[in-house]
Design a protein around this ligand. Sequence first.
Ligand SMILES: NC(=O)C1=CN([C@@H]2O[C@H](COP(=O)(O)OP(=O)(O)OC[C@H]3O[C@@H](n4cnc5c(N)ncnc54)[C@H](OP(=O)(O)O)[C@@H]3O)[C@@H](O)[C@H]2O)C=CC1
Ligand SMILES: Nc1nc(=O)c2c([nH]1)NC[C@@H]1CN(c3ccc(C(=O)N[C@@H](CCC(=O)O)C(=O)O)cc3)C=[N+]21
Length: 295
Amino acid sequence: MSAIKIDGKAYAERLRGHVAQAVKALPAQPGLAVVLVGEDPASQVYVRSKAKFTVETGMRSIEHKLPADISEDALVSLVRDLNADPEVDGILVQLPLPKGLNSDRVIEEIHPDKDVDGLTEASAGRLSLGKKGLRPCTPTGCVMLAKDTLGDLSGKHCVVLGRSILVGKPAALLFLEQNCTVTIAHSRTKDLASVCREADILVPAVGRPQMVQAEWIKPGACVIDVGINRVPSQRFEGKTRLVGDVDYKPARDVAGSITPVPGGVGPMTIACLLRNTVIAACHRRGWDVPSILDF
Ligand SMILES: NC(=O)C1=CN([C@@H]2O[C@H](COP(=O)(O)OP(=O)(O)OC[C@H]3O[C@@H](n4cnc5c(N)ncnc54)[C@H](OP(=O)(O)O)[C@@H]3O)[C@@H](O)[C@H]2O)C=CC1
Ligand SMILES: Nc1nc(=O)c2c([nH]1)NC[C@@H]1CN(c3ccc(C(=O)N[C@@H](CCC(=O)O)C(=O)O)cc3)C=[N+]21
């Protein structure tokens, strides 16, 4: 039996359609500011597609591209200007920042009401306390795909592999919010294979190409592969290709459902960012959040 392929690309397209519909019904156009520091090629690709989809869904995209040698104070002062700008509803500072810039300090400057990445202390605190707030995009995308595939997640055992601030830790909290029984595994976990094999929902977010083997997967489990790893292509010399943290082909024979890479969680991250921008705009400007954005 081959696993159901969870089509994150199609789900993300649908979600962007809902965002566009929501935006049309608003009294004014939300704006998303993206700050890119330096010339990292992967970051440039992401920022370009964020801007493209922001415009496609009817919102305003405000892009700030800054040289890698910008001072931390200048960057902080840009974030403060964006906080004060009434036309800006969401602020995203693309990570990682070039060496020498303290990303903690810069992120902490973002006003929590505009924190569409969900990375400030205020947003993280609200998530961990179960209060309303902006939730991190990639973990939200993971929950959406799992719910779309499995329905109610109550009582399911979810194993999150990785505990980063951007992905693993918030993913664990969001699956907990769905009443899952959650295990967080990481580099010090003993016998990863057996821990993973307990999972009804397995969420690898480690950044190690094809680390998760078919034998680590409980037959029938739902696998949400967050990893995005660029490796040399075997077919074309000098070219690269994207692979996840899961050894996809053999895993397909064991899992009940699985996200591909590319075309899985990646596109969901951007769609959730757009959704967060609408939610932020509604909260800030005193509008009701359109119910079409519920999931
Ligand atoms: N699809 C998307 O939209 C996104 C994808 N990503 C991708 O997700 C992956 C993870 O990203 P991110 O969380 O930022 O990465 P980090 O490097 O910040 O975190 C990796 C986590 O994996 C754990 N880990 C590393 N090696 C092992 C190992 N051998 N065994 C067990 N655990 C291990 C680390 O454990 P410890 O804490 O103990 O060191 C850490 O908690 C990357 O491939 C990244 O590209 C990231 C963001 C968005
Ligand atoms: N402040 C901040 N917030 C982030 O959310 C953030 C960040 N910094 N830095 C980098 C990571 C990574 N990330 C991705 C977004 C989209 C895809 C994506 O769309 N991937 C496509 C493929 C894209 C390709 O072909 O390269 C897919 O998986 O199908 C991947 C990864 C967001 N991140």
